[in-house]
Design a protein around this ligand. Structure first.
Ligand code: AMP
Length: 113
């Protein structure tokens, strides 16, 4: 997508602090972290939001969760972590390239506000 912030980050047109990359997934630090660890895990393929996931693109979403599990192991997040995907404006989505916040390093409340 020409005008997508996260597509530009994947392409290296906008700088980011990369944590992980493979053929289909890119992980980088959130610019405004809300926890000691706050990464954004995104598919390289442009999918706008969670309700656009279907049988033709769900493989990459499954792979994102594999990557998250690997990162959690590598980072030794044995005290726990949270994964969040805001879908739509009312839920707080501000960037319309599907992403999964990986949050760790502090206690979290539930239900979230
Ligand atoms: P959401 O509000 O769920 O759509 O999450 C979007 C996230 O993208 C927010 O947590 C922002 O802080 C983050 N963000 C926005 N611009 C950038 C950027 N240039 N680099 C890294 N993270 C960003």
């Amino acid at each position: 997508m020409n005008d997508c912030l996260f597509c530009k980050i994947i392409a290296g047109e906008i700088p980011s602090k990369k944590i992980y990359e493979d053929d289909t997934v890119f992980v980088f630090e959130d610019i405004a972290p809300t926890a000691p660890i706050h990464y954004l895990c995104i598919p390289k393929q442009h999918i706008s939001k969670l309700n656009e996931v279907n049988e033709s693109n769900s493989g990459v979403i499954a792979h994102i969760y594999e990557v998250i599990a690997k990162l959690a192991k590598d980072l030794d997040l044995k005290d726990g972590f949270r994964v969040v995907s805001n879908c739509g404006e009312q839920a707080g989505q501000s960037v319309f390239h599907i992403h999964f916040h990986l949050l760790a390093g502090r206690p979290f409340q539930w239900p979230a506000g």
